[in-house]
Ligand binder design. Structure first.
Ligand code: PEP
Ligand code: CO
Length: 451
């Protein structure tokens, strides 16, 4: 018989309401909020339980080193960017990266996009003050709008439904593209981005594509037929499960399945600012069947982490729990060994994933929030090394990136400088790798993996 999660305490989709609630908007009108949530509760799910279970089985294989996890997308999706070119460019860059990794690591890649629901953001302060005017902080498009005026910053329950609709349009387009042959590995030119001709890494990428095409041709000639499965790839969706009302409204039971599923996404995660043991977010996540990620940092205490793993994965189920460490390049060697060893000593099954972005954020002298490519790359390199030295292994990476030609992170092959940041800095929250830097990171990851 399957035990209920954390049998000692009863769980329900709204049991989070009795826990410590952090990082939520203050909705002035509760009635409007309740009406939006109850409407959302009636709308169809965005993903299905069988997709979720399939992803969990893949993640169990990632844990065993049989697959590699590539997770990437915007820090904050925006409603304005819900258009065909932004969505398909993001898919293209993830496809290109996955091809580099398949070829370089000789492993199947589990592709997960930070999309179709990455609309809620944690903030360091509830309010923001400019020129003596204080307004609520921007908490993501699912809550309010980024413009600094009272009307825009007002948390609006209608945005919860909008967030659902934009997520569903995104998911629909992604599904249509990947089902429809866009991702056909025999036609990687479908997913070429403009950089191909001018990047310093173009030759390396093109050579790899040439080798893959040759191998496919060879295999097809050998078996005397086309390999049909090459025309489709799988993509899964992930987002930070931050907006508790939104997540609850899409947490459902499903016919002929046991347990509850969060059907807003395949792979929700809990951010660093809401990962406490008494947290409402941990409560909501502990009762669902989805694979769950949790961010941990350099200050994460090991006794607390062991307890957190037991709460989120009470049956020590493979593929269920991903620990996403975001330490900062300079903290990996000091902090990662104790985290790995503590988890090993408690015999916990987890998937280790590196987020090399959030521990490496800094501000430039001209006032931009940025990240240096070399620190991002270094953190991944060290994470591979430290896991290996501790008889563990790094199963994946979690990146903030875009398929657009933005200038938000410094460095990379094109050596972006502080002055370049003014050219195309468009992120709503954190700086992302642009398409060129993202591909370059993939080329580095395969080298670190094979080192
Ligand atoms: C994020 O992934 O955008 C984020 C806010 O990360 P963290 O919780 O690790 O700070
Ligand atoms: Co971010």
């Amino acid at each position: 018989m399957k035990l209920q999660p954390n049998a000692a305490q009863t769980w329900s989709p709204d049991s989070w309401k009795d826990k410590a609630i952090r990082q939520q908007a203050n909705y002035p009108d509760q009635e409007q909020l309740n009406a939006a949530v109850s409407e959302l509760s009636q709308l169809p799910p965005l993903v299905t339980s069988w997709e979720i279970k399939r992803l969990k089985s893949y993640l169990a294989e990632v844990q065993e080193g049989k697959r590699f996890l590539l997770k990437g997308g915007d820090c904050a999706e925006s409603f304005a960017d819900c258009n065909s070119s932004v969505i398909s460019n993001r898919l293209k860059v993830l496809l290109q990266m996955s091809l580099v990794l398949i070829h370089g690591c000789k492993l199947p890649i589990v592709r997960v996009g930070r999309f179709a629901g990455q609309y809620a953001k944690p903030r360091s302060a509830d309010t923001e003050t400019r020129d003596g005017v204080t307004l609520p902080s921007y908490r993501g498009d699912i809550v309010n709008s980024i413009a600094f005026d009272a009307e825009s910053r007002h948390p609006n329950p209608a945005n919860i439904l909008k967030g659902y609709h934009y997520s569903s349009m995104t998911m629909n387009f992604v599904r249509a593209l990947v089902e429809g042959g866009f991702a056909d590995i025999r036609h990687p030119e479908y997913w070429d981005l403009a950089w191909i001709t001018h990047s310093s890494k173009a030759a390396q990428y093109q050579e790899l594509i040439r080798k893959i095409s040759e191998s496919i041709e060879f295999a097809e000639v050998m078996v005397g037929r086309k390999v049909s499965s090459l025309s489709r790839v799988e993509f899964f969706a992930a987002h930070e499960a931050l907006h508790l009302h939104y997540e609850q409204a899409l947490t459902r039971q499903v016919p002929r399945q046991t347990g509850w599923f969060n059907l807003s996404t395949h792979f929700p995660w809990i951010g660093l600012r809401t990962n406490q043991l008494d947290s409402a977010h941990v409560e909501l996540m502990r009762g669902i069947e989805n694979p769950v990620g949790v961010k941990i940092g350099k200050d994460t205490d090991i006794d607390y982490l062991v307890e957190l793993c037991r709460v989120l994965n009470p049956h020590n189920e493979p593929g269920k729990l991903t620990l996403i460490h975001r330490l900062g390049a300079s903290n990996v060697e000091d902090n990662l060994p104790r985290l790995i060893q503590g988890v090993q000593a408690a015999d916990l099954r987890v998937l280790w994933c590196a987020d090399p972005m959030h521990g490496n954020t800094e501000s430039t002298s001209n006032g931009y929030k940025t990240r240096r490519f070399e620190n991002i790359s270094k953190e991944i390199e060290l994470a591979f090394k430290v896991h290996k030295a501790n008889k563990s292994h790094l199963g994946g990476v979690h990146l903030e990136l875009t398929g657009e030609d933005v200038t938000e992170c410094l460095g990379g092959a094109r050596a972006l400088q502080e002055a370049d940041l003014t050219r195309a800095y468009t992120t709503q929250v954190d700086p992302r790798l642009n398409y060129e830097q993202a591909l370059e990171i993939a080329l580095s990851i395969k080298d670190y993996y094979n080192a």
